[in-house]
Design a protein around this ligand. Structure first.
Ligand code: PHE
Length: 338
C-alpha cells in the first residue's frame, strides 16, 4: 500500500506537468480526488490494515494528499493566469489604428446663394413669404394676366398634374396669393422651387427662383432700378454695372430684362458673356394693373414693381460654373469646392 501511494503521487505529479488547460486539470482532479478516484480508493482500503500499519500508512496518505493538493492548486493558479492573459491578448483593440474622421458637410452652393440673396433683400426691408409648388392654373397663369392661348402655357414647358393643376413654372403666383391675403403696402421676396420641361447647360427641370414684390401708394420704376442696382452691387461687387433691356411679361408693364456687367471680363467681352460684356440675371417690371384687379387691389390707388431671378443663374455667375447641371449631380468633389 505504501508503494501504491508513492506510485499514485509520482504519476499524478507527472500527469500534472502535461495538463494544458483548466478543463483538463478538472478532469485530472476527478481522476485522483473524485469519489471513485485513485486516492479515495486507496484510502478506503485502509480499514483492512493492521493496527500497527494504520498510523504509518495513514500519515503517508495524508502527506501524499497534501502534496498533491498543493501541486494541483499551483498548476490551477498558473493555468488561470495564463488563460486570462490569453483572453486579454485576444480581445485587445489596437488603438494605434488612426480613427475615421467624421465628415463635415458644407452648405450646397444653391443654399448659400439663396441665403445671401435673402440677406441682401432683408437688409432693404423685404420680408420672406412662400406659396405652394403644386399650383392651380389660375394663380400660375390667369391671375398673372396670362391668357389661355399664351405660349408660356404650352405643354412643352409646363408640367401639368391634371388639366388645371400644375407644378408652378415660376414663383410669380405667390404675388397674387400674398396680395389676396394682405392689404398694401407689400414688400416681400419669395424664395422657392419652380419647374419647367427644360434641360441643357443653363436649365434643369427643377430650379430655384427668388420673386420680389413691392406695392405701395407712390412706387415708381426708378425705385425698382435703385433696389436692383443695390442688390447687384452687394451680390457681385461695387464695380458692377447694370442695364435694363425692354422685354415683355404678361404680368408687368412696362417690363425689362436686367443684365449686369460681365463678372469675368468686366464688360470688354469674353466667352462667358458671348462677347457682349453683359450677363442676364433677372426679369422685372411694374405690376400690370390687371394683376392688381385679380388680387382685389385698386390699380388707381397703388403701384408697384416685381422681379424674378433664377438662383442657379446667380450661383453660376457667382462661382463661375459653366454647366448648372453640375449643381444637381451630387458629386462631392464638385460640391466641396464651395
Ligand atoms: N416670372 C418671370 C419668369 O419666371 C420673372 C418675372 C418675375 C418677371 C416678376 C417680371 C416680374 O421668367
Amino acid at each position: 500500500m505504501q508503494e501504491e501511494l508513492k506510485k499514485i503521487e509520482a504519476e499524478a505529479l507527472s500527469e500534472l506537468q502535461a495538463v494544458a488547460n483548466s478543463a483538463d486539470l478538472e478532469e485530472l482532479r476527478i481522476k485522483y480526488f473524485g469519489r471513485k478516484g485513485r486516492l479515495s480508493t486507496v484510502m478506503r482500503g485502509m480499514g483492512k490494515l493492521s493496527a500497527a500499519e494504520r498510523p504509518v500508512i495513514g500519515k503517508l496518505a495524508n502527506e501524499v494528499r497534501g502534496n498533491l493538493t498543493t501541486a494541483f492548486e499551483e498548476v490551477g493558479e498558473k493555468l488561470a493566469r495564463q488563460e486570462r492573459e490569453n483572453q486579454l491578448a485576444m480581445e485587445a483593440i489596437d488603438i494605434t489604428l488612426p480613427g475615421r474622421r467624421p465628415q463635415l458637410g458644407v452648405k450646397h452652393p444653391i443654399t448659400q446663394t439663396l441665403e445671401r440673396i435673402q440677406q441682401i433683400f432683408r437688409g432693404m426691408g423685404f420680408h420672406v413669404a412662400d406659396g405652394p409648388e403644386i399650383e392651380h392654373e389660375y394663380y400660375n397663369f390667369d391671375a398673372l394676366n396670362t391668357p389661355a392661348d399664351h405660349p408660356a402655357r404650352d405643354l412643352q414647358d409646363t408640367l401639368y398634374i391634371t388639366d388645371e393643376v400644375l407644378l408652378r413654372t415660376h414663383t410669380s403666383p405667390v404675388q397674387v396669393r400674398f396680395m389676396e391675403k394682405h392689404a398694401p403696402p407689400v414688400r416681400i421676396i419669395v424664395p422657392g422651387k419652380a419647374y419647367r420641361h427644360d434641360y441643357d447647360v443653363s436649365h434643369t427641370p427643377t430650379f430655384h427662383q427668388v420673386e420680389g414684390l413691392l406695392v405701395d401708394y407712390h412706387v415708381t420704376f426708378s425705385e425698382l432700378k435703385g433696389v436692383l442696382h443695390s442688390f447687384a452691387r452687394q451680390m457681385f461687387g461695387d464695380q458692377t454695372d447694370m442695364r435694363f433691356r425692354p422685354h415683355f411679361f404678361p404680368f408687368t408693364e412696362p417690363s425689362a430684362e436686367v443684365d449686369i456687367s460681365c463678372t469675368v471680363c468686366s464688360g470688354s467681352g469674353c466667352r462667358t458673356c458671348s462677347g457682349s460684356g453683359w450677363l442676364e440675371i433677372l426679369g422685372a417690371g411694374a405690376v400690370d394693373p390687371n394683376v392688381f384687379e385679380y388680387a382685389n387691389y385698386n390699380p388707381d390707388e397703388v403701384t408697384g414693381f416685381a422681379f424674378g431671378m433664377g438662383v442657379e443663374r446667380i450661383a453660376s455667375i457667382r462661382y463661375g460654373i459653366p454647366d448648372i447641371r453640375a449643381l444637381y449631380e451630387n458629386d462631392l468633389r464638385f460640391l466641396r469646392q464651395f
